[in-house]
Design a protein around this ligand. Structure first.
Ligand code: SF4
Length: 381
């Protein structure tokens, strides 16, 4: 069971973007470059406020810069922030992994030098697809050439993770395979492949609902996912979480710690963190008030039922699955009995595997991964 002796993580949210991608529901704003410096100053103040918490959960093992677009602001701001963190936390700051999410159009040698100076050793780049018409359909502004150039630079500077999306407008099995082969040629250490989510109130959802664009049907998306899993297995990647694949030793430590319940603090407007296993802290997504008054924290004390649901949602997504002994320790024998009873129909259908020897319940196959949402709902009954 994770405890403070295992350390903690820091998530930093950068809520700025060049433009709005049509499918995006993340908290972010466009055209606010004049606020970057002030925002980083506010981040430093929040990090200082969190100093005691960070020291009491030391060491800091991972840092994750997410967004928004963390590669957009002047890279010197990141260098300065990391230096402040190091000075403030001293020996307690020992991250083995510092990830920066980047957009291809932002990457150049000069920025890379500064990111390296800041200690960034892992890059997660949003590629999404290598087909120009598909990029255009979701409002991404980068080009395929920019992806290739950026990947070359980043590959030499640290671990490289590339993101793709499955189920885009215009996407076919062939075009998905083309993008997949293209990103494999860039020699990434890690791939994250997400199924397109049609979030409420995004421009893409409106276009699709209005009949002006369409997306591949479930069967087509399933074929893409099956192809993906097989191709990456052949290429030596471990499928360690529903959407994540890594070469040996290159899984995301930050996300894995999150899935295993290690605490982390979220800094920035709209950031969220788990201060302990039962306390979630969300910063109000309001850029201006974050800068002028600091974060407004919304604390959520999770009930046992919510914790159990969260546990099932995160653990079942991983290749190890749910550790039954750990589940019982946290939630008791009655809840475990209920979980096992709910799992029965899916074990009988071949979508869940109960590994009695190791005491884990997990998804059985890529096909079962595609059904995971429905399976999780049944397990949480
Ligand atoms: S770059 Fe990322 S955060 Fe920004 S609009 Fe696009 S998907 Fe959203």
């Amino acid at each position: 069971m994770p405890n403070s002796a295992e350390g903690c993580g820091i998530y930093i949210h950068i809520p700025f973007c060049h433009s709005r991608c049509l499918y995006c529901a993340f908290y972010s704003s466009v055209g606010k470059s004049g606020l970057h410096s002030d925002y980083f100053e506010a981040l430093k103040r929040e990090a200082f406020e969190r100093r005691e918490w960070l020291l009491s959960h030391a060491p800091v093992r991972t840092v994750y810069w997410g967004g928004g677009t963390p590669s957009l602001p002047d890279a010197r701001l990141i260098v300065d922030f990391m230096e402040t963190l190091r000075q403030s936390l001293g020996d307690a700051f020992r991250p083995e992994e510092i990830t920066l999410e980047v957009n291809p159009e932002d990457v150049d040698a000069q920025k890379l030098e500064l990111w390296t100076k800041a200690g960034i050793n892992r890059y997660s780049m949003g590629v999404q697809t290598l087909v120009p018409a598909e990029l255009k359909s979701i409002g991404r502004r980068h080009t395929v050439e920019q992806v290739k150039e950026a990947a070359k630079l980043l590959r030499n500077a640290g671990d490289l993770s590339l993101d793709l999306i499955c189920g885009l407008p215009h996407q076919t099995l062939d075009s998905f395979a083309y993008s997949l082969e293209g990103v494999l040629e860039m020699n990434p250490h890690h791939l994250s492949v997400y199924l397109l989510e049609l979030e409420a109130d995004t421009a893409l959802t409106r276009l699709i609902k209005g009949g002006r664009l369409s997306v591949p049907d479930e069967e087509a998306v399933e074929q893409m996912y099956m192809l993906l899993c097989q191709r990456l297995k052949d290429a030596g990647f471990t499928h360690y979480e529903i959407s994540n694949f890594a070469l040996p030793g290159h899984h995301s430590r930050h996300n894995s710690a999150y899935w295993s319940g290690r605490p982390y603090v979220g800094l920035g407007a709209g950031a969220a963190g788990y201060l302990n296993s039962k306390l979630r802290c969300v910063n109000k997504p309001d850029l201006n008030s974050y800068i002028s008054q600091g974060p407004t924290h919304e604390l959520e004390h999770l009930t046992d039922t919510e914790l159990s649901e969260e546990y099932i949602l995160t653990r079942l997504r991983t290749c190890q699955g749910i550790c039954l002994a750990d589940y019982e320790r946290r939630f008791g024998a009655d809840m475990l009995r209920r979980l096992c009873a709910n799992a029965k129909q899916h074990i009988n259908a071949g979508n869940l595997v109960l590994d009695r020897e190791k005491g884990f319940l997990r998804l059985s196959s890529p096909k079962a991964c595609m059904l995971s949402d429905a399976i999780m709902v049944d397990l949480m009954l």
